[in-house]
Design a protein around this ligand. Structure first.
Ligand code: TLP
Length: 354
């Protein structure tokens, strides 16, 4: 294995920089379960303001912010409308069913995780004695399995109107909302105005080691805080972690543009290789998903071959592989990765970097 690993498995793999570690080391702390950690409180206020909501609560993970929000929005026996490829359904261990007692109703034929109000309307149930009450719509922006796709605000506005007409609430899994903002040039509130709650992750592209924050009305956040405790997510001197989150918001938002540029370079290079299929124009943010021809193996065996060459990616589907750019991979490493992948494929196509 080459000495230099290029780790493109996820933007969750970043390690805190020396300056972030310094912020962690000097953070003021208190007991956050008792409500007196000043650094956690400062982070929560900061995120509430950023997202244009009254209040926010810090939690250990994006899974927990999504699931405590779902628990606070719903009653057991209700149904949630979402895309079947959404993280909340695909990667969260059936938590809406296990923790909130809710079934899931899938929007059909979304385009890379993005759908319209009409597609939601098509799966709304009549209000009668047979149907579960549909109380919540979940939207993911950017959409992970959609390849980092960004929601058009027009769709969000129309879905909000439909939801209001049907007395349904809306939650955004905005784990990578800041990627959407940097890539689209929009403010967070351009997106968040259509939602009752929004979860953002600090430990993805923003580079903090741990933590997510969910924002909403003060009344809603009080409920989420209760469920965070019930789900075991109350943390004591969590200011150490929150300090990294504040550092991430101060320093690591604008630089997401570099990750997006690197993802585009990776996609353009990959698209030139025989046996690899992807449309570089689909790469809007920091996630690159590509299909491999059967002669190259499966997504899993191809990822294993890449790993031997020191290029770490993850199988995303039987014939698909995902690469995610982040603050610990440079342009130079992306170019190096392309050269290594070309060697594996044995392609004769010259100039993947041209
Ligand atoms: N996503 C991880 C894996 O779980 C797939 C990744 O490597 O991308 N929402 C979205 C859109 C996410 O992508 C993730 C993590 C989460 C929520 C959950 O965050 P954590 O891992 O903090 O629970």
């Amino acid at each position: 294995m080459p000495d230099r690993v290029i780790d493109l498995r996820s933007d969750t793999v970043t390690k805190p920089s020396p300056a972030m570690r310094q912020a962690i080391a000097t953070a003021e702390v208190g007991d956050d379960v008792l409500g007196d950690d000043p650094t956690v409180a400062a982070l929560e206020t900061r995120v509430a303001d950023l997202l244009g909501k009254e209040a926010a609560v810090y939690a250990p993970s994006g899974t927990m912010t999504n699931q405590t929000a779902i628990r606070a929005h719903t009653q057991h026996g209700e149904e949630i409308v979402m895309d079947p490829d959404s993280h909340v359904y695909f990667y969260e261990c059936a938590a809406p069913a296990a923790l909130s007692g809710c079934s899931s109703r899938f929007v059909q034929d979304s385009h890379r995780g993005i759908f319209t109000a009409d597609q939601v309307k098509a799966v709304l149930r009549p209000r009668n004695i047979h149907a579960p009450r549909q109380s919540l719509i979940v939207i993911e922006n950017t959409h992970n399995r959609g390849g980092g796709s960004i929601w058009p605000v027009e769709n969000l506005a129309a879905i909000r109107q439909l939801a209001d007409e049907n007395n349904m609430r809306r939650h955004m899994d905005g784990a990578r909302l800041m990627n959407a903002c940097v890539a689209s040039g929009r403010k967070p509130t351009d997106y968040t105005q259509y939602f009752d709650s929004i979860s953002i992750c600090l430990s993805k592209g923003l580079g903090a080691p741990v933590g997510s924050v969910v924002a909403g009305s003060a009344e809603f956040i009080a409920k989420v805080r209760f469920f965070r405790k019930q789900f075991g997510g109350g943390m004591r001197q969590a200011g150490l972690l929150a300090a990294a989150g504040i550092y991430a918001l101060d320093h690591n938002i604008d630089r997401l543009a570099e990750d997006h540029a690197n993802a585009r370079i990776l996609a353009q290079g990959l698209a030139k290789l025989p046996g690899i299929t992807l449309n570089p124009a689909d790469v809007e943010t920091n996630i690159v998903i590509f299909e491999i021809a059967p002669h190259l193996g499966t997504g899993a065996t191809f990822a294993a071959r890449l790993k031997e060459a020191g290029v770490w990616m993850m199988a995303n589907a039987p014939q698909k592989v995902r690469a995610v750019t982040h603050l610990d991979v440079s342009r130079d490493q992306i170019e190096d990765a392309l050269v290594r992948i070309q060697k594996i494929i044995g392609g004769t196509t010259p100039g993947v970097l041209a």
